[in-house]
Ligand binder design. Structure first.
Ligand SMILES: NC(=O)c1ccc[n+]([C@@H]2O[C@H](COP(=O)([O-])OP(=O)(O)OC[C@H]3O[C@@H](n4cnc5c(N)ncnc54)[C@H](O)[C@@H]3O)[C@@H](O)[C@H]2O)c1
Ligand SMILES: C[C@@H](CO)CCC[C@@H](C)[C@H]1CC[C@H]2[C@@H]3[C@H](O)C=C4C[C@@H](O)CC[C@]4(C)[C@H]3CC[C@]12C
Length: 426
């Protein structure tokens, strides 16, 4: 085991994993280092030891000193960037707890820094696990979620993780006295709606008929509402909970699984991808580093600007160009040797609709035997084929957000990452 594991329980340190089951601390101790397999031993928290002279957990959750932060979902695509950004750009941080169902091997790198990093394997659907992880913290950044628009998970599971999980996070804050909650929502809370209405460079106040049927956007909309309604609730100790929700558009950047899938698909097709969506359909995209930066800034500013920011929603935006989903992906895939065939869609739209419906039917028919979850289904086709872009400066006005990464930087970093994917798969 490459890192020392200890169990922290209510401010005490135990020399080895062995804390009370189901009592104060939950989570699953799961650290076996890079390439190692996870062990799923309930009731364990692993962290890297505090340096000599470093403050141990304070019962006031750092409010008397520097904040202790929980990044729920901290091992996901966005979560990893949030974690790294917190460690790089939040000098007041003294402890960072990373709570996730699956802990990643990269956590091992974080052990050498000045911040005490605690990795907690846990499930947001388990209220006691969430409460144990949140207890004694100053702010929770809740990026954990089940992102599934391909029919891999059941609607019930999506609801349980995204809605009940978020309710558990809120209740944990209330019960344990954590006053600040930043929630990762989604553009999908607004749209595209089932009617395919365009949302053209809209902002947080642009009227739009937000009507959803798919379990994922439904769950994000419900969860966002819970978070916003919880703003102002009294937490343990009597102070008001301050919440806000960030709504990224389609996130891209290092670690983006769908980009990787398109890249591999292009390689399989002899270096070509075939245009399916008209170039005129704009799809909002935002670089993951800028989304992470917005989360860090909100977590930092929420205390000082509680009256202004509490209960607010913010689209996540940067200077990424407005393009169709496919043309945007080509900004990264073209320099990696792929080309997009066709200036117009190669298949008529009715045929795509038919193929998407066929995929949905096949998924349903095959479900008892295997999981068939292709990229194209009626929902993903509708999202890709409906203009949805944002143009706003609300985050800049409310908490001084400016993108940390220019479009050129974001593009270069993403290309470098795709090139790395290429070499690692050879
Ligand atoms: N990827 C996008 O384009 C995008 C756009 C807008 C909003 N979002 C939102 O951003 C958040 C992060 O998305 P992502 O793309 O990084 O997804 P991801 O799947 O890479 O990350 C989600 C993380 O949550 C964790 N998680 C899932 N179920 C959990 C559970 N029951 N308990 C604890 N942890 C659990 C996963 O293990 C994973 O590490 C999600 O809430 C998503 O809705 C994503
Ligand atoms: C029709 C295909 C031809 O090439 C293209 C299908 C692309 C789709 C798989 C993706 C198009 C738009 C994506 C979504 C969007 O970027 C925003 C999202 C919000 C976020 O909260 C979760 C991810 C997603 C739904 C994202 C998923 C993939 C697309 C539908």
């Amino acid at each position: 085991m490459p890192v020392e594991e200890r169990v922290a329980t209510r401010g005490r340190l135990w020399q080895e994993c062995g804390g009370p089951r189901g009592g104060g601390w939950a989570g699953l101790c799961s650290w076996n280092g890079p390439g190692g397999r996870r062990s799923r031993r309930k009731g364990r928290v692993c962290f890297w030891p505090a340096r000599p002279g470093r403050r141990e957990d304070s019962p006031s959750g750092g409010q008397s000193g520097r904040p202790v932060t929980v990044a729920a979902g901290g091992c996901g695509f966005l979560g990893e960037h949030v974690v790294r950004m917190l460690l790089q750009r939040e000098p007041r941080l003294c402890e960072l707890r990373i709570f996730d169902l699956h802990l990643g091997p990269w956590l091992d790198e974080l052990k050498t820094g000045p911040v005490r990093v605690t990795a907690i394997q846990g499930d947001v659907t388990q209220a006691h696990e969430v409460a144990a992880a949140v207890a004694g913290t100053h702010v929770v950044i809740h990026t954990a979620g089940l992102v599934d628009v391909f029919g891999k998970a059941s609607p019930e599971t999506i609801h349980e993780v995204n809605v009940q999980g978020t309710q558990n996070v809120i209740e944990a804050c209330v019960q344990t006295g954590t006053q600040f909650l930043v929630y990762t929502s989604s553009m999908e809370v607004v749209g595209p709606n089932v009617k395919g209405h365009p949302f053209y460079r809209g902002n947080e106040d642009t009227p739009y008929e937000a009507v959803h049927r798919h379990p994922y956007p439904c769950s994000k909309a419900l969860a966002e509402r819970l978070v916003l309604e919880a703003n102002g609730r009294k937490v343990r100790g009597g102070l008001p909970l301050v919440t806000c929700a960030l709504r990224p558009t389609g996130i891209y950047g290092e670690g983006h699984q769908i980009m990787r899938d398109f890249y591999h698909q292009g390689l399989r097709l002899g270096g070509r991808l075939f245009r399916a969506i008209p170039a005129s359909v704009e799809h909002g995209r935002v670089y993951v580093g800028n989304v992470a930066w917005m989360h860090v800034l909100v977590a930092r500013e929420l205390e000082q600007r509680a009256a202004l920011m509490g209960g607010q929603v913010y689209f996540c935006y940067d200077k990424s160009p407005y393009k169709s989903y496919e043309d945007f992906n080509m900004e990264f895939l073209r320099p990696c040797g792929l080309r997009l065939v066709g200036t117009r869609p190669l298949l008529p739209y009715w045929l795509l609709v038919f193929l998407a419906a066929l995929n949905a039917l096949l998924q349903w028919l095959l479900r008892p035997l295997l999981l068939y979850a292709p990229l194209l289904n009626p929902y993903t086709l509708a999202v890709a084929n409906t203009t949805f872009t944002v143009s706003t400066n609300k985050a800049q006005r409310h908490f001084g957000y400016e993108p940390l990464f220019s479009w050129e930087d974001s593009r270069t970093r993403t290309i470098r990452w795709v090139q790395g994917v290429e070499s690692s798969s050879q």
